[in-house]
Write a protein that binds this ligand. Structure first.
Ligand SMILES: Nc1ncnc2c1ncn2[C@@H]1O[C@H](COP(=O)(O)OP(=O)(O)OP(=O)(O)O)[C@@H](O)[C@H]1O
Length: 786
C-alpha cells in the first residue's frame, strides 16, 4: 500500500481527516515518520486494500476517525464463520499492528521533535542569554560611551568657553594687530613718501654734485689757466725786469754820454715812463689776478666743503635708504606674518561670526524675553504705583484718624476734667504690687476685663465672696514705675501752674507705698514718683524759661511719728530724735495755715533748691533719718508718715504774672492690725499711733465728703491738720491705695479698698490756681488733670 500526494483542493478535506497530532506535527514542520519522507497531505488510500491485502510492514498513516473505526471494527465482527473470522481478526490485528507502528512512529517523531525543539529552545535560550549579556555589555558600552560623551560634552563646553575667550582674545588681538597693521602701513607709506623724497633729494644732490664737480673741474681748469697766465705774467715781469736792468745799465752808459745823448735820453726817459706805467699796470693786474685767485681758491674750498657736505648727506641718505629698506623688509615680513595671522583670524572670525550669529539670535530671544519682562515689570510698577497710591490714601486716612484720636483724647480729657470738677478735687488710684517670694502663692485679686472696667476695676475675693471696686485708675502687678508716673505727670505739672497738689500713698504695711512713692532712686527704672516728679518739675521749669518764667523752689521734708512732727532735714538730728523719744523735752513744731491756704510749720528746715540733684541728696538725707523698723509684714517698714513739700514760686518777667504752687508728696505709714502685727512695747505704741492718725484721716475725708458735716475734725491729728489745705481746700489731691495681692492680706486689702472707695466717692472741693499779677491778686479755677 502506498500513499499518494493529494491535490490542493483536497487539502482542507484531508486536513480534517488527519488527526490533531498530524496537524500539530505539520504546524511544527516535523516528519510524521522518521527515515521516510512524508508529505503533510499523505493519507491512507484504498481502504479496501487496507482492510484485506495490505502490507502491514509498510508505513501507513491513520487519521483519528480511522483509528476509531479500526477500534470499533472488533465490536462489529459478528460472523459465525470462524475461518473468516480468523482472517478478519488476523487482518484486524495486522492493521492494528500497523496502527500501533504508526503510533510508535508518530511518538518517535514527537520525541525527536521534542528533542529538536528542546535543543532549539536551549539554543534559543542560550542565544537569548547571549543576547542579554550582549545587550548588557552593549548597555555598559553605551553607558561608558554616554559618560564619555558627557565628558566630551563637558570638555567641548569647556573648549567652547575657552574658544569663546580665545575668540574674544583673538578679536582683541586682531583689532590690535589691525591697528598695528594700519599703523605700520601708515608708517610704510610715510617712509615710502620720505624715501621718494630722499631719492629725489639724492638725485638732486647727485645732480648738484655732478654740477659741482663740473664746476670744480672748470674751476681747476680756470685756476690752471690763471696759473699759466700768472706764470706768463711773471715771466713777462722777469723779462721786463731784465730789460729794465738792461735799460738801466744802458741808461748809466747813456747818462755818461748824457750831454751827448740828451735827446736820445729824453726818448729813452719817455720810453722808461711808459714802461713804468705798463709795469704798474702789470703789477696792478697781477694783484687783481692774485685776489681773483684767492677768491677762486676760497670759492673752490667752499665748493669742496659743499661737495663734502653733499656727499655726507648723500651717504646719510643712502644709509637711511638702506635702513628704510631693511625696515620696510622687516615690516613686509611682519606684514606677511600678520597677513597669515589675519587670514587665520579671519577664518576664526568667520566661524565665530556664525557663533555670534547664533548668540545674536539667542540675544534676540533673550531681548524678547527681557522685553516681556520689562512689560511685566512695567505692569508691576503700575501695580506698585497703584499700591503706593492706596498706601498714601491709607496713610492720609490714618493721619486723619490719628488726628481724630488726638482730638477725641482732648475731648475725653476735657470731659474727664468736667467730671472731676463735678466730682471734687480728690482722685483715687489703686496699685497692686506683685506677689513677693514670702507671700502665699494664691492671689485674691483679679482685674475685670470688661470695656467699662478695664484699667479701672479690681476684684477681691474673701471667703468665696467677690468684692468689686472701681477707681480712677487701677495698676496691676505688671505696671512699671514709669507707667504709674505717666498717669500723674500732668498732676505734677499743675504744681508749676500754681496749684496745690497733694499725692499720698495709703495702704497696709508692706503693700508697696514706699516703693510707689520713693522706689529705688538710684535705679533709673525703679525710681518712684517722688524723684520722677521732681525731675520733671525742674526740667519743665527750665524749658519755661524761654517763655519768661523764673521759678524759685523751697523744699522741706518732715515725718509724723507717733503724732509728732520731726524735721528730716535737720542736720543735728540725733538730739531732735532723742527729744522726740522723750516727749517731754521734744521740740514742738507747730502747724499754721495762712489766709491763702499756705501751711507753715514752725522751725522746720526749709531749703532753697535749684536742681533735681540737690533734692536727691535731701531725699537721701531724709530717707536715712526716717523712722523705719522691722515688722512681721515688712522687713523695712516705715513707721511714720513721710511728707515731702516743695513750694514753687514762679514769675513771668514778660507778663508780670506770678504763680505759687505747692507739691506735697506723702508716704503714709502702713496700716496694720495689732493682732496681726504682733507688736509690743514701742512698736505697739507706733502701730497704735499710725492706726489712730489714719483713722483721723478717714474721719476728715468722710466729714468732708460723704456726711457734709459742719465740723471737720482736721485737728484730731497732726497729719490731718497738716494736710488741711490739701484735703479741704482748693488743691488737687490724689490718693494711691496700695494693695498686697496675697491671701493672708485679704482682710487689710478689703479695708483699704473700702476706704479708698469711700474717698473716691467724696466731693471735697474745687481746685483753684493761685496766680496774681503784681497789681492784683487772683485765684482762678482750672482743671488740668492728665
Ligand atoms: N510694684 C512693686 N513691684 C515690685 N516690688 C514691690 C512693688 N511694690 C512693693 N514691692 C516690694 O514689696 C516690699 C514692701 O514694699 P514697701 O516697703 O514699699 O511697702 P510699704 O507699703 O511702704 O510698707 P510699710 O508701710 O511697712 O513701709 C518691698 O520689698 C518692695 O520692694
Amino acid at each position: 500500500m502506498a500513499s499518494k500526494r493529494v491535490r490542493p483542493e483536497d487539502a482542507s478535506l484531508d486536513k480534517r481527516r488527519r488527526g490533531i497530532g498530524a496537524e500539530k506535527m505539520e504546524r511544527q514542520g516535523g516528519a510524521a515518520a522518521p527515515g521516510r519522507h512524508r508529505t503533510p497531505f499523505s493519507v491512507v488510500t484504498n481502504r479496501s486494500d487496507l482492510n484485506t491485502t495490505s502490507d502491514v510492514s509498510e508505513a501507513v498513516d491513520f487519521t483519528k476517525e480511522e483509528v476509531e473505526a479500526l477500534l470499533n471494527e472488533k465490536k462489529k465482527g459478528n460472523t459465525y464463520d470462524s475461518k473468516k473470522k480468523m482472517e478478519q481478526m488476523t487482518d484486524l490485528i495486522k492493521r492494528l499492528k500497523a496502527c500501533v507502528r504508526w503510533y510508535k512512529r508518530i511518538e518517535e517523531g514527537y520525541v525527536q521533535e521534542k528533542e529538536k525543539l528542546q535543543s532549539e529552545l536551549e539554543a534559543s535560550e542560550k542565544k537569548c542569554s547571549d543576547t542579554v549579556t550582549e545587550m548588557k555589555n552593549k548597555i555598559d558600552e553605551l553607558k561608558e560611551a554616554l559618560s564619555d560623551s558627557r565628558k566630551t560634552i563637558s570638555c567641548l563646553e569647556e573648549r567652547i568657553v575657552k574658544e569663546e575667550s580665545d575668540k574674544l582674545e583673538a578679536i582683541n588681538s586682531y583689532g590690535k594687530e589691525k591697528e598695528a597693521r594700519t599703523e605700520a602701513e601708515k608708517v610704510r607709506d610715510e617712509k615710502s613718501a620720505e624715501l621718494e623724497k630722499v631719492r629725489d633729494e639724492k638725485s638732486v644732490a647727485e645732480k648738484k654734485a655732478i654740477s659741482n664737480e663740473d664746476l670744480y673741474k672748470r674751476s681747476q681748469e680756470y685756476n690752471m689757466s690763471l696759473q699759466q697766465y700768472n706764470s706768463r705774467l711773471q715771466f713777462d715781469l722777469e723779462t721786463v725786469n731784465e730789460a729794465l736792468k738792461r735799460l738801466e745799465t744802458e741808461k748809466a752808459t747813456i747818462v755818461e754820454s748824457l750831454s751827448n745823448l740828451r735827446g736820445h735820453n729824453k726818448a729813452l726817459q719817455d720810453q722808461l715812463v711808459s714802461l713804468k706805467v705798463s709795469q704798474d699796470e702789470t703789477i696792478k693786474q697781477k694783484e687783481i689776478l692774485v685776489n681773483e685767485l684767492k677768491c677762486l681758491r676760497e670759492e673752490l674750498k667752499q665748493l669742496r666743503d659743499d661737495r663734502d657736505r653733499q656727499l655726507e648727506q648723500v651717504n646719510a641718505l643712502t644709509r637711511e635708504i638702506a635702513r628704510h629698506k631693511e625696515y620696510t623688509g622687516k615690516t613686509c615680513t611682519q606684514l606677511d606674518a600678520l597677513m597669515i595671522k589675519t587670514n587665520a583670524l579671519e577664518e576664526t572670525c568667520s566661524s565665530q561670526k556664525d557663533q555670534i550669529h547664533i548668540l545674536q539670535q539667542q540675544l534676540f530671544a533673550e531681548r524678547e524675553k527681557l522685553k516681556n519682562a520689562d512689560l511685566s515689570a512695567s505692569d508691576t510698577r503700575t501695580m506698585f504705583e497703584e499700591q503706593k497710591r492706596i498706601i498714601q490714601g491709607l496713610h492720609e486716612r490714618l493721619a486723619d484718624k490719628e488726628f481724630q484720636v488726638v482730638e477725641g483724647e482732648k475731648l475725653r480729657k476735657k470731659l474727664h476734667n468736667t467730671i472731676l470738677e463735678l466730682k471734687g478735687n480728690i482722685r483715687v488710684f489703686c496699685r497692686v504690687r506683685p506677689l513677693l517670694p514670702d507671700d502665699s502663692a494664691d492671689t485674691v485679686v483679679s482685674f475685670p476685663t470688661s470695656t467699662e472696667a478695664l484699667g479701672r476695676g479690681i476684684e477681691l475675693v474673701q471667703s468665696g465672696q467677690k468684692y468689686n471696686f472701681t477707681f480712677d485708675k487701677v495698676f496691676n502687678h505688671e505696671a512699671s514705675q514709669q507707667d504709674v508716673f505717666v498717669e500723674i505727670s500732668q498732676l505734677v505739672q499743675s504744681a508749676l501752674d500754681g496749684y496745690k497738689v497733694c499725692i499720698f500713698a495709703y495702704g497696709q504695711t508692706g503693700s508697696g507705698k514706699t516703693y510707689t512713692m520713693m522706689g529705688r532712686p538710684d535705679e533709673p527704672d525703679l525710681k518712684g514718683l517722688i524723684p520722677r516728679s521732681l525731675e520733671q518739675i525742674f526740667q519743665t521749669s527750665q524749658s519755661l524759661k524761654d517763655q519768661g518764667w523764673k521759678y524759685t523752689m523751697q523744699a522741706s521734708i518732715l515725718e509724723i511719728y507717733n503724732d509728732t512732727i520731726r524735721d528730716l532735714l535737720l542736720t543735728n538730728r540725733s538730739s531732735d530724735h532723742a527729744r522726740t523719744e522723750n516727749n517731754a523735752s521734744s521740740k514742738q513744731y507747730t502747724i499754721k495755715h495762712d489766709a491763702n491756704g499756705n501751711t507753715h510749720v514752725s522751725d522746720l528746715t526749709i531749703k532753697d533748691v535749684c536742681s533735681a540733684d540737690e533734692i536727691s541728696s535731701l531725699l537721701r538725707q531724709a530717707a536715712q533719718s526716717r523712722s523705719v523698723g522691722r515688722t512681721q509684714m515688712n522687713e523695712q517698714s516705715s513707721r511714720s508718715h513721710f511728707v515731702f513739700t516743695l513750694r514753687i514760686s514762679g514769675k513771668n518777667e514778660n507778663t508780670e504774672q506770678q504763680v505759687h504752687g505747692v507739691l506735697n508728696l506723702i508716704d503714709l505709714a502702713g496700716s496694720e492690725r495689732l493682732s496681726k502685727s504682733g507688736a509690743t512695747g514701742d512698736r505697739l505704741k507706733e502701730t497704735q499711733a499710725i492706726n489712730r492718725s489714719l483713722s483721723c484721716l478717714s474721719d476728715v475725708i468722710f466729714a468732708l465728703g460723704g456726711k457734709k458735716e459742719d465740723h471737720v475734725p482736721f485737728r484730731n491729728s497732726k497729719l490731718t491738720y497738716l494736710l488741711q489745705p490739701c484735703l479741704g481746700g482748693d488743691s488737687k489731691t490724689l490718693m494711691f491705695v496700695n494693695i498686697s495681692p496675697d491671701q493672708s492680706s485679704t482682710g487689710e486689702s478689703l479695708c483699704s479698698l473700702r476706704f479708698a472707695a469711700r474717698v473716691n466717692a467724696c466731693e471735697i472741693g474745687i481746685p483753684r490756681r493761685q496766680t496774681h499779677t503784681s497789681s492784683s491778686r487772683s485765684s482762678e479755677s482750672r482743671l488740668s488733670y492728665g
